[in-house]
Design a protein around this ligand. Structure first.
Ligand code: DHB
Length: 388
């Protein structure tokens, strides 16, 4: 097989990159080791920055999001029995949109296939080769048969556990890492929302978050141990704990739990995000703790930068944008890291926290929910820093 851009991974990054390249008249092929059904069902955060919703609409893949997504003007924070609101729209004129990541994936897969795009699902033993010698190749097996894609550029959109990042030559990449001493226990449930917007809760028993997916589908998270055993958490215990940590805001409308999970919390950045003609985008290059839901937004920013750089390279033989790809992305990535870390450390209870630490956290949440300057800073990071 031969294409201009070989893409490893059919998550939001790989699919959006393929879509943007197609709109620029550039061919790509995607290989994905999971099935289409798996990709379309994989539940992740579901919160889009202002510019991401605009990108989906402007590139013709935002129609369902516009119908089904829930536009939110701001968020709530609760601590010490108080509920405070931060109104992004009033502060900076931007909103965020609640729309599940897997819905974005479904819309992008449908659109790529409708546009004649090539996506190979269920492949095995994917590997990337010769990206430092000018003739990059992706090898994989499909239904037992060995396959090879010759391309000009490889995009590694294969997630944190993918094959692309470990394929960097020894010593050419540095990882910056932080592991948090807690995880999130998350549920998806069919129940009425307790509020019209998300609630971030700071509590002596740990962090909790109310979010939603659809008018009657709610998503909740509670801070737990990183290796928490789900068997210890029957549904009623989860609801009781949520109700306590959300500060008894109101009795929580309960309903059947559709899904339960434990998510680890980690910050990681790979530098640089490029070697030769292999470019990393999204989780393959960096992951954030979930607080603030920056993961997919950072992935979308990477592929927008990459698509433009590839277009300049293919159409005008300009390689300066490709040369600067890593530097351009990392500026935003580190700001996303900083914000995710900051939200995480402000809102979670650390097992070794001193009374001083706790008082400081409360002062910070108090400040960030009453000072217009502090709320504006939170709002512009949460709703998405400008892309240009
Ligand atoms: C969701 C997840 C987050 O981490 C967050 O900060 C907001 C919302 C979610 O899954 O809906």
């Amino acid at each position: 097989m031969r294409t201009q851009v070989g893409i490893v991974g059919a998550g939001p990054a790989g699919l959006m990159l393929s879509h943007l390249l197609h709109l620029a008249g550039i061919d790509s092929i995607i290989v994905e080791n999971r099935s289409r059904a798996y990709c379309e069902a994989r539940v992740r955060a579901g919160l889009m920055e202002d510019w991401v919703t605009k990108l989906l609409v402007e590139t013709g893949v935002g129609a369902r999001m516009q119908r089904e997504g829930l536009a939110h003007d701001g968020i709530y924070m609760t601590f010490g029995g108080e509920l405070r609101h931060i109104d992004f729209h009033k502060l900076i004129g931007k909103r965020v949109t609640i729309y599940g990541q897997q819905e974005v994936v479904k819309d992008l897969i449908a659109r790529r296939l409708a546009d004649g795009g090539e996506i190979h699902f269920d492949v095995a033993d994917t590997s990337v080769h010769d990206f430092n010698t000018g003739k990059p190749k992706i090898r994989f097996r499909h239904q037992g048969k060995a396959q090879e894609i010759d391309c000009d550029i490889i995009a590694g959109c294969d997630g944190f556990h993918g094959v692309c990042r470990p394929s960097f030559p020894a010593g050419s990449l540095r990882g910056y890492d932080r592991i948090y001493p807690f995880g999130w226990l998350g549920i998806l449930a069919k129940a009425k929302p307790v509020a019209d917007e998300l609630i971030y809760a700071y509590h002596d028993r740990g962090f909790a978050l109310f979010s939603m997916r659809a008018p009657e589908v709610v998503r909740y998270y509670i801070q737990c141990a990183p290796d928490e055993n789900l068997d210890d958490w029957p549904d009623e215990k989860i609801w009781d704990e949520l109700e306590t940590r959300l500060g008894g805001v109101k009795p929580l409308p309960r309903g059947p739990v559709l899904e339960k999970l434990v998510a680890p919390m980690r910050s990681y950045v790979a530098e640089p995000m490029q070697t030769g003609r292999l470019y990393l985008a999204g989780d393959s290059a960096h992951i954030v703790p979930p607080t603030g839901a920056k993961g997919m937004n950072l992935a979308m920013a990477d592929v927008r930068v990459l698509a433009r750089a590839i277009e300049a390279f293919v159409k005008s033989k300009r390689d300066d944008l490709l040369e600067n790809y890593s530097k351009t992305c990392l500026g935003r990535v580190w700001k996303g890291q900083r914000f995710s870390w900051w939200m995480t450390q402000m809102l979670h209870r650390y097992a070794d926290a001193s009374d001083f630490d706790i008082k400081r956290q409360i002062a910070e949440i108090d400040y960030v929910t009453c000072s217009e300057a502090a709320m504006t800073s939170l709002a512009e990071n949460y709703a998405g820093l400008p892309m240009e």
